[in-house]
Ligand binder design. Structure first.
Ligand SMILES: NC(=O)c1ccc[n+]([C@@H]2O[C@H](COP(=O)([O-])OP(=O)(O)OC[C@H]3O[C@@H](n4cnc5c(N)ncnc54)[C@H](O)[C@@H]3O)[C@@H](O)[C@H]2O)c1
Length: 277
């Protein structure tokens, strides 16, 4: 049966940043396909709420949680050892954690999102989570996948901004001088484009060990943004709307299972067609 290839019954999937908007959706998708999931996040309270939310629809014996800062190599290694000791082999790694700085914009306040003012400590922090964190998790969990001959899947969650530059007009606020206008920060573009480089590198590095690596690039997800923002963004998207948070679930199921067994090193862009306009 064609659908058997989606079956993840004997697999364990670890998701980083699993307490966030999309992390819970990825977990639901993987649980739905039969996987054990390991939800990891820097926020313990967030993990608790994610667990409660998922427990409403899924078998709790299949849901594990671990506080894990992806930027802390010792913690990543400790989680890997704990899981191994508990008899859980990570077959699927979803590098999803990121810091998405909120775009603000206020008259008279230095707008630190702008390239001219962007603080080095923010650059380092965001890089350490979105890019270095994906490297560290891939190093630890990918090495283990390659080592025992069983292989595995690494999925990097990038963004449509991995393939094009942010349209800063989306974030502009009426009545503010140009130097005060908020923008999508440079880090987001660099991290997401970097993840595609990491994806290509990993896809060949352990290919002979049957470790595949792909990226998923979602477009903007509606999450209570202002009407004006939604209107502006929707006008750039052929489908005329933002995504709903559950619209990536089927892609996660495809990319993390044998259904995509011959897909490797690719960036699957799901942006409502924005990038083709
Ligand atoms: N929401 C969107 O519209 C959208 C669009 C395209 C791509 N994405 C990407 O999807 C992924 C998930 O986005 P989201 O909207 O769910 O974000 P979110 O902010 O809701 O969730 C991110 C999670 O990462 C966690 N986190 C932060 N620092 C961490 C660290 N050091 N270690 C471990 N976890 C840490 C946070 O606690 C949070 O739970 C991100 O990579 C994001 O860039 C999101």
């Amino acid at each position: 049966m064609a659908f058997d290839k989606f079956n993840l019954n004997s697999k364990t999937a670890l998701i980083t940043g699993a307490a966030g908007l999309l992390g819970i959706e990825h977990a639901a998708a993987l649980l739905d396909s039969g996987a054990q999931v390991v939800l990891t996040d820097i926020s313990e309270a967030g993990l608790l709420s994610a667990h409660v939310a998922l427990a409403r629809n899924f078998d709790t014996t299949k849901i594990n949680t671990k506080v894990m800062d992806v930027a802390d190599p010792e913690r990543v290694r400790a989680v890997a050892e704990d899981l191994l000791a508990a008899g859980l082999r990570v077959d699927i790694l979803v590098n999803n954690a990121a810091i998405d700085p909120k775009v603000k914009g206020e008259q008279g306040v230095l707008e630190t999102s702008r390239l001219e003012n962007f603080p080095l400590n923010q650059w380092n922090l965001q890089m350490s989570v979105g890019l270095t964190g994906a490297f560290l998790c891939s190093q630890v969990f990918g090495t283990a996948m390659a080592k025992d001959g069983k292989g595995g899947v690494i999925l990097n969650i990038a963004s449509d901004l991995s393939i094009f530059s942010p349209d800063q007009r989306l974030y502009s606020k009426q009545g503010l001088d140009e130097s005060m206008q908020p923008v999508k920060p440079v880090t987001y573009s660099v991290i997401k484009a970097g993840l595609i480089g990491l994806t290509r590198y990993l896809s060949t590095y352990w290919a002979e060990k049957n470790v595949r690596c792909n990226a998923l690039s979602p477009g903007g997800i509606y999450n209570g943004q202002s009407d004006e923002f939604v209107r502006r963004l929707s006008s750039l998207i052929p489908l005329g709307r933002m995504a709903t948070k559950d619209e990536y679930r089927a892609a996660i199921q495809f990319l993390c299972s044998d259904a995509s067994s011959y897909m490797n090193g690719q960036n699957v862009v799901m942006d409502g067609g924005r990038s083709v306009w």
